[in-house]
Design a protein around this ligand. Structure first.
Ligand SMILES: [Zn+2]
Length: 264
């Protein structure tokens, strides 16, 4: 993996999106944003991509423009509700109709982009940003997998939506981005047990020896059961690493993102 820092065009020395790029195959532009850079201030300081977390919307939209510059194409963000609905974008947004770009679109926790020249993103603070791509089929997706979404089956519904547009599960490559690690993600014992009853691989123990949930182990397990060809994990624990926003660390904070699209 390489870092996408420093993608400002021309001589402009303004802020740039700090993105950890991941290789999901030929032509696929994919990465996870980090907190540094951006124009947000106060408790959201940095590259906050969350439109509904109390930050100045003008700052968030400017940060989203920086991510679009990094991606090299319009980026569409679903309005996330911790469910399992998936939006499918069959074509790039029409020029002049910015509905799909920058601002939040439909309520759902995953989005599929079909074809070249448009990207989809999810925003997170401790939940898992999941990027999926089947470059041969020309289908990519971004999913937001927190505990409720993972248990509700958001990743299975995302793979199903990709397959409905021609993707082949064994050809799908997945990157799980930085998120709350089992080291820190302490939960009541009953919650751990309830999660494990649905996805056994989520059961974990914190560094301190208390009940925990391992979100990324759970994501990897359900994706493998759905037949996905490769799953890799990028980055560490957002509660430990202050270069990412963390809701566990601060209730008022911003959101990092995962973005994926096929270059135009
Ligand atoms: Zn941790």
């Amino acid at each position: 993996m390489d870092s996408g820092v420093g993608t400002a065009t021309g001589a402009s020395a303004g802020p740039v999106a700090d993105v950890v790029a991941v290789d999901l195959g030929p032509g696929v532009r994919a990465g996870f944003t980090r907190r540094p850079g951006g124009v947000s201030r106060g408790p959201w300081a940095g590259l906050d991509l969350g439109l509904h977390v109390g930050d100045d919307p003008d700052h968030v939209l400017e940060n989203r423009r920086l991510v679009e510059r990094w991606a090299g194409m319009p980026v569409w963000y679903p309005r996330q509700v911790h469910g399992r609905e998936v939006a499918v974008l069959d074509a790039p947004p029409e020029p002049g109709r910015a509905l799909a770009s920058g601002a939040d679109g439909a309520e759902c926790d995953a989005a599929v982009a079909v074809g070249r020249g448009h990207a989809v993103a999810v925003v997170v603070a401790d939940c898992v940003p999941v990027l999926l791509a089947d470059p041969a089929a020309g289908v990519v997706a971004a999913a937001h997998a927190g505990r409720p979404g993972l248990l509700a089956g958001v990743l299975e519904s995302t793979v199903e939506a990709m397959v409905a547009r021609g993707a082949v599960p064994a050809s799908i490559r997945v990157a799980l981005g930085p998120s709350a690690g089992p080291c820190c993600y302490e939960v009541p014992e009953q919650m751990r047990d309830d999660a494990a009853a649905r996805v056994p691989e989520t059961a974990a123990t914190t560094r301190a020896g208390t009940p925990a949930i391992d979100l990324r182990a759970g994501c990897a397990a359900v994706l493998r059961r759905a037949g996905v060809g490769s799953v890799r994990t990028v980055g560490g624990c957002t509660i430990d690493d202050e270069s990412f926003y963390s809701y566990r660390r601060a209730k008022v904070t911003g959101r990092c993102g995962g973005v994926v699209g096929i270059a135009p």
